[in-house]
Design a protein around this ligand. Structure first.
Ligand code: ADP
Ligand code: MG
Length: 333
């Protein structure tokens, strides 16, 4: 997990951009995003709501809909997924690359039993026989901690509680043993205890299957507990990235520092949460310079005039900022 630089990356994203056309407008939801992910590695994508995290995941799998248009490179086992025909992408989705969505009820089919939904995935993506598939389906429910797995295969999604449904989603997603899992805020709808259990589950399965994971979350606390690498997104771009250990220890982008301050850490109950002042910019009227400048305590004239590029700063880190935070000034204290 730590020797990422010597491995060939599992996934290599470069210059990924997605624009939505709507009513004569052009919305640049994701701009020039790039990162690498190795086998067994967990990358956290963080940022406030609307920063482009979900669109980044959807762009990887060509799921941006008829109004979305994606350019750039998503290199996966020798192919650029951005240019792959839909028929081939469909074979990869749910097979080699699985995705877990935030809202389980919208991606589970209410009319099919859980067992049949796992079976469909296995039929589509493996050459297993009916009896092997049945065995695997039971195994998967068991693996995700659903008691009495074999009998629950015959139940429908609505017969499961929220946490159990999320486990069902994971069971379906991982049934065909994907090599990459894209998890979009997989635990946001759940209470804290179950959230922790589900995250632990995803991570232990990732280890068992040597699977790469991209975990989207708006919660840096979750990143600290679960990820190896982190990429911080703002207004559709990555503004800071590196190993979790390094970035969270010495965040350099004022936005990352702001996000970290909004994570409650050892604070007495009912302490008001710090939140970054101001609101994210409209993607239809992005400032000329740095998109974060209007909210940034470190901004200068340069920031308002020129957009800083994401540049390497050593130690495998990269930063898009002209006036980095030199030292953490007692954040979240
Ligand atoms: P988040 O970081 O919260 O996951 P998203 O990736 O969902 O953010 O969205 C990024 C931006 O793209 C938002 O401004 C959102 O409104 C816009 N967007 C997402 N999907 C569409 C779409 N289908 N059509 C137009 N705009 C979209
Ligand atoms: Mg989202």
């Amino acid at each position: 997990m730590t020797m990422t630089s010597v491995q060939t990356p599992l996934l290599e994203v470069e210059g990924l951009s997605t624009t939505f056309k709507a009513g004569g407008l052009s919305i640049p939801a994701v701009c020039d995003v790039g990162f690498k992910l190795s086998k067994g590695e967990v990358l956290g994508l963080v940022g406030e709501s609307g920063s482009g995290k979900s669109v980044t995941l959807r762009s990887i799998l060509g799921l941006t809909g008829r109004y979305g248009s994606t350019t750039g490179k998503v290199m996966w086992r020798g192919d650029n997924l951005v240019e792959l025909p839909e028929a081939r992408l469909r074979r990869i989705r749910g097979g080699e690359i699985a995705m877990i969505f935030q809202e389980p009820m919208t991606s589970l089919n209410p009319l099919l039993t859980v067992g049949l939904q796992i079976d469909e995935t296995l039929k589509a993506h493996t050459g297993m026989s009916a009896s092997e598939r049945r065995k695997r389906a039971t195994e998967m429910l068991d693996l995700v901690g659903i008691p009495a797995a074999s009998s629950r295969l015959n139940e429908y999604p609505h017969q499961f509680s929220g946490g159990m449904r999320q486990r069902v989603m994971i069971a379906i997603a991982l049934a065909a043993r994907p090599k990459l899992l894209l998890a979009d805020e997989p635990t946001t709808a759940l209470d804290v205890t179950i959230q922790a259990q589900i995250l632990d589950l995803i991570l232990s399965l990732a280890k068992d299957f040597d699977m790469g994971v991209i975990l989207v979350t708006h919660d840096l606390g979750v990143v600290a507990q679960t990820c190896d690498q982190v990429a911080v997104m703002y207004a559709g771009r990555i503004v800071e990235e590196g190993t979790v250990r390094s970035v969270l220890k010495t965040p350099q982008h004022p936005y990352t520092v702001g996000l970290m301050r909004s994570v409650p850490q050892d604070v007495p109950p009912r302490t008001p949460l710090y939140s970054i002042s101001g609101t994210p910019p409209s993607l239809l009227a992005l400032p000329e310079g740095c998109a974060f400048a209007p909210r940034c305590p470190n901004r200068t004239k340069e920031c308002e005039a020129t957009r800083p590029e994401l540049l390497p700063t050593g130690n495998g880190r990269a930063l898009a900022c002209f006036n980095k935070v030199e030292k953490r000034d007692g954040a979240a204290a």
